[in-house]
Design a binder for this molecule. Sequence first.
Ligand code: SF4
Ligand code: SF4
Length: 117
Amino acid sequence: MSCTNHKIDHLRLQIPRFDCVPGCHDCCGPVTASSEEMARLPVKSDAAHEAALVELNCVHLGPQGCEVYDQRPLICRLFGTTKSLPCPHGRGPEQLTEPRTEQQVHRLIASTRQVLV
Ligand code: SF4
Ligand code: SF4
């Protein structure tokens, strides 16, 4: 497993989970991810990507919410868990993500080639 994959796994564990408003996906939209994260996601057709983009949606957002929840990219996991990415509905974990972890996520994003999910 690559160094980046190790970092991704490590960072995933550092980001606390919380319960969203049931059925809410207001923070979903076009997001980017590293090629290592993309490799964990199912491949979607160009047509599916285009259809999602036209509606400013994420291609993995289905009628029941995120269809790749267990493998969603780091930026999706971070949302709602930091002061800079607050949930508009006031949801979030009791303990926010440590600033150090947030910085590591942003550093990883900045140091990897990001592609539209
Ligand atoms: S973090 Fe907030 S906006 Fe995003 S899905 Fe959860 S409840 Fe909705
Ligand atoms: S991968 Fe899932 S959580 Fe992230 S934007 Fe897409 S649907 Fe939302």
